[in-house]
Design a protein around this ligand. Structure first.
Ligand SMILES: [Zn+2]
Length: 512
């Protein structure tokens, strides 16, 4: 009996080790799609390996030298594509995306730059609906181009629970918000906060702790647009997020230092993050590879005049103070030529252009537009500092982009990192850049079956020659699709091939 048990254990162990290998024989089953002769980057940072990749349904079933000859492939496989030595990587996972899938479900801007999963519900704001689970069902029913990971917005929860812009929420409203958060986390990967925006900016430490306890209990993530990204406020802003990290995984959205300069300032920020990690806080960050941010111009206005109502009151009671604030703010933000507006009727004009047009000083131009009247790109970041942040191993690549946004990041981010940081400047190796776009963001979200090329993982893939990858989007023309991602596969289906978008939508709403 003992001998039998030992033999059985041995057989099971052998079977298990055979299953773990990607080069299992006997031959893989007939596949729906095979990519032959690819240089496979697995997404985990390893060097590229020449291999053939077999896909059945929505899954990668085999990675290795094809056990089928060309006759067998032709007979047994739905479609065979010769990769011709191009790079095959996991589809990119964008941790920070914007858009309304019920209005623009195809999201070709993302697919064209190799993104196969987007993350919506950012900066404290998600659709203000009674149930995001039901909203996601509607998205799923209508179809979506890339996969979707959803976050629930803290500002939205404040509005739905009746707290709105209260600094000290009533106890029962607070309870309602926490219950709602807990319910929405059934369908969402985490909570997003936008502490620089209305109404998230009213949240105090006790509220942030309570939110983190719920999020942590559900093993979800808090993704935060920090309270203040100015270089003299970054430390305090990060500390506020890291305090939530006692309870929950935390993540810095679009990390930057506004007005900061040089590698030293970047290193100080990174040291704060790495020390927190060493102390057991599960913290991560993402970045976009551009030196201008993009947001509503309420960002330029003081906290007491961000909403239309507050603004009207400020004009009546504190006009002089408001004018002085705006004048100083713009001077600090590199002057009126460094704000490029991106919404009608001002699209493509800087504040300096509007000053010349109207003959008004900058504060009058801004008061004329109002805090809710426009959004724009702000050229307020230092390239040396931002590049240092981008290459840090803790930092993922994410776009913060949208289909209609007047900023090139929505159509260019992932292409630009390969074109600029890998090919032109050699600041990152290709395997490391790909890791920052695939397995790393997957682990930030807690997705365990995507972001890696391996048998058993979902077949989200991109095929490209790094030398031909081009981010065509620019500030004046931000809506030009990226080039060079010859094949984009979402859930085993070809979503885009040689610049042509498939008419069907192959994305899925992902479950946390
Ligand atoms: Zn943001």
């Amino acid at each position: 009996m003992r001998l039998l048990t030992t033999c059985l254990t041995l057989v099971l162990l052998l079977l298990a080790s055979a299953c773990q290998s990607d080069r299992v024989s006997p031959a893989p089953p007939a596949a729906d799609l095979v990519l032959l002769n690819a240089l496979v980057l697995n997404g985990l940072g390893a060097e590229a390996v020449r291999a053939d990749v077999f896909i059945t349904g929505d899954e990668i079933v085999f990675v290795g030298p094809s056990p089928l000859n060309s006759t067998e492939l032709a007979a047994q496989v739905g479609r065979v594509i010769d990769a011709g030595g191009r790079i095959l990587a996991p589809g990119f996972i964008d941790l920070h995306s914007h858009g309304d899938p019920l209005k623009t479900p195809a999201f070709e801007n993302f697919l064209a730059m190799g993104v196969t999963t987007i993350t919506l519900g950012q900066d404290g704001s998600s659709p203000e609906v009674p149930s995001l689970g039901q909203w996601l069902d509607a998205v799923s029913q209508a179809g979506i181009g890339p996969n979707l990971a959803m976050l629930v917005g803290h500002g939205t929860l404040r509005n739905l629970s009746g707290i709105r812009d209260a600094v000290e929420p009533e106890a029962d409203d607070m309870e309602r918000m926490l219950t709602l958060l807990d319910e929405e986390l059934d369908a969402c990967f985490g909570l997003s906060t936008g502490l620089e925006y209305h109404p998230g900016l009213y949240a105090q430490p006790a509220e942030l702790q309570a939110l983190a306890q719920v999020t942590g209990r559900r093993d979800r993530l808090i993704m935060s647009h920090l309270r203040n990204e100015d270089n003299d406020q970054m430390r305090a802003s990060l500390d506020e997020l890291l305090a939530q990290g006692k309870h929950s995984r935390v993540h810095v959205a679009h990390i930057k230092s506004v007005y900061g300069k040089g590698t030293e300032e970047a290193d100080a920020i990174l040291m704060q993050l790495h020390q927190a990690r060493d102390a057991g806080v599960r913290v991560s960050a993402d970045i976009y590879p551009y030196n201008a941010s993009f947001a509503g111009i309420s960002l330029l206005f003081p906290v007491w005049s961000k909403t239309t109502g507050q603004f009207e009151a400020a004009l009546q009671n504190r006009r002089g103070e408001l004018e002085e604030f705006l004048r100083k703010k713009i001077a600090k933000r590199n002057g009126p030529a460094a704000t490029l507006l991106g919404t009608p009727p001002y699209t493509g004009k800087t504040l300096a252009d509007l000053m010349a047009e109207t003959g008004q000083p900058v504060e009058q131009v801004l008061i004329g537009i109002g805090p809710q009247g426009a959004a724009g790109a702000y050229f307020i970041m230092d390239e040396t500092l931002q590049n240092r942040l981008l290459i840090d191993p803790l930092v993922s690549v994410a776009s913060d982009g949208r289909l209609e946004g007047f900023h090139p990041r929505g159509h260019g981010t992932f292409a630009r990192v390969i074109e600029e940081f890998v090919v032109k400047q050699s600041l990152l190796t290709l395997p490391e850049a790909i890791r920052k776009m695939t397995s790393q963001p997957a682990s930030v979200l807690g997705i365990s079956d995507r972001g890696v090329i391996k048998a058993g993982y979902k077949a989200d893939l991109v095929l490209f020659d790094p030398a031909r990858v081009k981010a065509n989007a620019t500030y004046p023309q931000p809506h030009q699709l990226a080039d060079g991602f010859d094949l984009v596969v979402v859930n085993g289906q070809i979503a885009r091939e040689n610049g042509v978008l498939d008419s069907a939508l192959h994305g899925q709403v992902l479950k946390p």
